[in-house]
Design a protein around this ligand. Sequence first.
Ligand code: SF4
Length: 318
Amino acid sequence: MNKENVLLQANHIKKYFQGRGKNVVKAVDDVSLTLHRGETLGLVGESGCGKSTLGRALLRLIEPTQGEILYNGQDLRKLPEREMRLMRQHMQMVFQNPYSSLNPRMTVLESVRAPLDIFKIGTPEERFEKCREIMKYVGFEEYQIYRYPHEFSGGQRQRVVIARALISDPDFIVCGEPVSALDVSVRAQVLNLMRDINEKRGLAYLFISHDLSVVKHVSDRIAVMYLGNLVELAECEELYRNPKHPYTKALLSSIPIPDPDVMVERIPLEGDLPSPMNPPGGCRFHTRCPYAKERCRTERPRFQYDQKGHGAACHMCE
Ligand code: SF4
């Protein structure tokens, strides 16, 4: 993809939180990535690896400690709060839990219309018409828009949340584990809807999930995070066919295959994720990596791309 197609460029993003005493939690530690227009970039890793923090930091829902976020070439971190708020109509977020992301005292019409009210977009009649249209687009009948969230199932509520994210015609949506709170039976419906929206409206997603099989279903490229660092990034097919980083290999080998005749070599991921308060030196993965050498304990590997745009941070790939 060429440079004109770049929608968002994040450079050296860090997000540190103050822990107890002098401890600092390095939730995101020097992550750089690019998102293209209309692209779905999957972001995976174990819980606690910093992927949700990164998603929020990119929208400045939490302020990054350091780094640059260029959105359509404009540095978001230099925007005053008022301009940043206006910018948010182009950048939305769909959270994991549709139960808590909707106000139980508002009808779904009021919830979906809220961004238009906040940004004062259109007349009251135009706002109503737009809500009706977008609710129809995500699969609701007109009579349902006057109902309250408790009258809907989990999958329907997540579709309401998606409608609310779409109402201000964004270019970019951060999807934070959007289907993990849903029953398996409705996940596919919501994922198909999201893919359809991406294809028809050409908007870009950062799709955060711990579930590699879900991410594979929707992503053009996939980024893998481990303990606050980006460890691998590649086109979806390339990553599944030719993973480079031992952590990605271990994650991929743990995906269940529903065919008893297919044998997959499992790469065990031993031990827990170390604390981001005191991450291991050198390569952060060395405490769990079956290929770790002496150099891995002391020297942090650089993130390097090959000619195909497949990047990884591992001494074995240098
Ligand atoms: Fe494993 Fe060393 Fe590569 Fe880190 S740099 S993933 S420890 S081989």
